[in-house]
Design a protein around this ligand. Structure first.
Ligand SMILES: [Zn+2]
Length: 588
């Protein structure tokens, strides 16, 4: 509580931010008619049902119902409160609400952590570029063929050998030790109230999220100390399974190229990037996760994974196939010659050779099935085993065309009838489907239709004012929105969304905006509106009648004659009223 930003400020932020540009930094959209469509980031889908209307400043997904304005989007996408979303977007819009609202803005913990990491990043970076001790790190970079320009672009740094260089620096900056400890920059000594630096004598790689916030660090030893690479521990802001190194710099290249090259680790990333293969990202000391693929899917649907040419690489490939197929994406792979990694390959064979390999990348599923076939032909595995393995992977294919293609192909390869294979795969598919949560589609209610009409033709709200028919709308979010339009006369979408900055109302409003195409002109709209109200009235009367029937029965049972008589009289009046309402249809 204690947080308030005026509607004027909210509107100013909205006015400066284009919802299309904002959302496009997170996912790709294509123009379709008057709106833009793309794959919804809030639910799992293969055909786009996520719409953005930049003119009205709203988005809506017809698959899962998510919707709203720019604030609604970042709240949902980043899991923020409204206050946090306002703070974030005001920054992007270049509006300093902190100045006007300084006492009221509560800094989030995440912001504090980011700021601290930023401070440390700059400190290490300065030590790399300017300190004498940093010379060893600069030498290492030179040896690996990385320029200081690259070091600057990625804010590479140097953590000195002293045990408490950073700890002292942070103390001089009055940084609370508990906070620095929480994100793993310093470590508490056993039985003492003293701290020492986590990273010592290492080349430092700041790990940043897609917006460039510093989440943590990776450090490579310069003295053959173990481990070779040391990363920040998992924390409130850093989860290694969710971040792809370099995505903040590479995302535009990935989008432009329509392809993302995936490597393992900082040095491989930097060697590709500095060889002008910039559509690249790296996983950090972890296998590719589902979160990684979801993140990547916002930018491209064509991942090319580079594997080192050893056994481990081949084994890793099946896991990779699984996580991508889960997302409905079929990844490509490049397998390097034995003993090579991307960095060594580039330095020996040159970037063009690597580019050729990337261009000629094969589908991982083809590679996988061929390997099973090879093992089967070499009698390493039985036919049953081979078929089981193929069925397992085909079951995961979401695209039916792709699936039937592979079923036909595998049937030929393993000498199995297509039908047999089909039923095996089909069975697996059924099991999968049953576990999946169905997305409910509600049929449209009268009150929703009323809202749609009012949003398109706000002038018609006079009809509500003169006839006081608002009472017939059942209690709920929609009624609140209609009241805002009719009673408080807020009829532009942007203001309306400001009034309902959180909760389901945003979704209801956004849905209404994207569904107005069938309401073509004011005359039709008025007729539809009257019809809606009539139906709502009838519904209200019917409900009342059914309650009265129960009351009459009860009075009869309890032999309360006068009450029964009165109720019957009222019941008959109500039926007359009902007939009257039914007749209204012909009055227009
Ligand atoms: Zn959705």
């Amino acid at each position: 509580m204690g947080y308030f930003v005026s509607e004027t400020v909210i509107k100013e932020i909205k006015g400066r931010l284009n919802i299309l540009n904002l959302i496009e930094t997170y996912l790709s959209l294509k123009r379709s008619g008057r709106s833009y469509v793309g794959l919804c980031p809030f639910h799992d889908e293969k055909t786009p049902s996520f719409h953005v209307n930049d003119e009205k400043g709203v988005f809506h997904c017809f698959g899962c119902g998510a919707g709203g304005d720019v604030f609604g989007f970042v709240m949902r996408y980043k899991n923020l409160t409204f206050a946090e979303a306002v703070a974030e977007l005001s920054k992007q819009a270049g509006i300093n609400i902190e100045k006007t609202n300084r006492d009221n803005v509560r800094k989030t913990r995440r912001d504090i952590f980011f700021k601290l990491n930023r401070l440390v990043l700059n400190y290490y970076h300065m030590l790399l570029l300017e300190s004498e001790e940093g010379g060893a790190a600069r030498d290492y970079l030179r040896k690996r063929g990385l320029t200081l320009d690259i070091a600057r672009e990625f804010y590479l740094g140097y953590a000195p050998f002293g045990w408490d260089t950073l700890a002292k620096y942070l103390a001089s900056k009055k940084v609370p030790t508990s906070i620095a400890e929480e994100i793993g920059l310093i470590i508490k000594k056993k039985n003492k109230d003293e701290y020492y630096d986590r990273f010592r004598g290492r080349l430092m790689f700041p790990i940043r999220d897609v917006e460039g916030n510093a989440l943590g660090f990776g450090g490579r030893t310069l003295t053959n100390e173990e481990p070779k690479y040391l990363n920040s521990p998992e924390s409130e802001i850093y989860h290694k399974g969710r971040v792809l190194y370099g995505l903040d710099r590479a995302r535009d290249y990935i989008r432009r190229k329509g392809e993302a090259v995936i490597v393992e680790g900082y040095m491989d990333f930097l060697s590709l990037y500095s060889a002008e293969i910039k559509n690249v990202v790296a996983t950090l000391g972890t296998a590719l996760t589902r979160d990684h693929t979801v993140l990547l899917k916002r930018f491209t649907e064509r991942p090319v994974v580079i594997f080192d040419g050893d056994e481990a690489g081949e084994k890793a490939s099946l896991r990779v196939l699984d996580v991508f197929l889960e997302e409905g994406i079929s990844p490509h792979i490049v397998i390097l010659p034995k003993g090579e990694d991307p960095a060594s390959f580039i330095s020996k064979e040159g970037r063009d050779s690597l580019l050729r390999l990337i261009e000629g990348a094969i589908l991982l599923i083809d590679f996988y099935i061929e390997r099973i076939q090879r093992d089967f032909l070499n009698r390493k595995i039985s036919r049953n085993k081979a078929v089981d393995m193929v069925v397992e992977v085909l079951t995961k294919l979401k695209n039916p065309i792709e699936r039937s293609h592979y079923i036909r192909k595998s049937g030929e390869n393993f000498g199995i009838r297509e039908n047999e294979l089909l039923s095996l795969v089909g069975h697996g598919e059924k099991v999968r489907r049953e576990t999946k949560v169905e997305i409910k589609k509600k049929s449209e209610s009268q009150e929703k239709l009323i809202l749609r009409i009012l949003l398109k033709f706000p002038a018609l709200s006079h009809y509500f004012r003169s006839k006081s028919v608002i009472d017939f709308i059942p209690e709920g979010e929609i009624k609140k929105i209609v009241e805002e339009i009719v009673i408080n006369r807020v009829d532009d979408v942007s203001s309306l969304l400001c009034r309902f900055s959180s909760g389901p109302a945003q979704e209801i409003i956004s849905e209404s905006i994207f569904s107005t195409d069938d309401v073509t002109n004011e005359t039709t709209a008025l007729r539809m509106l009257k019809d809606c109200i009539r139906k709502l009235k009838l519904k209200a009367i019917e409900e009342k009648l059914s309650i009265m029937r129960l009351q009459i029965e009860q009075a009869k049972r309890e032999k309360k004659d006068s009450l029964e008589e009165r109720l019957i009289r009222e019941y008959r009046d109500l039926i007359e009223q009902e007939k009257g309402v039914q007749g209204e249809a012909n009055d227009d």
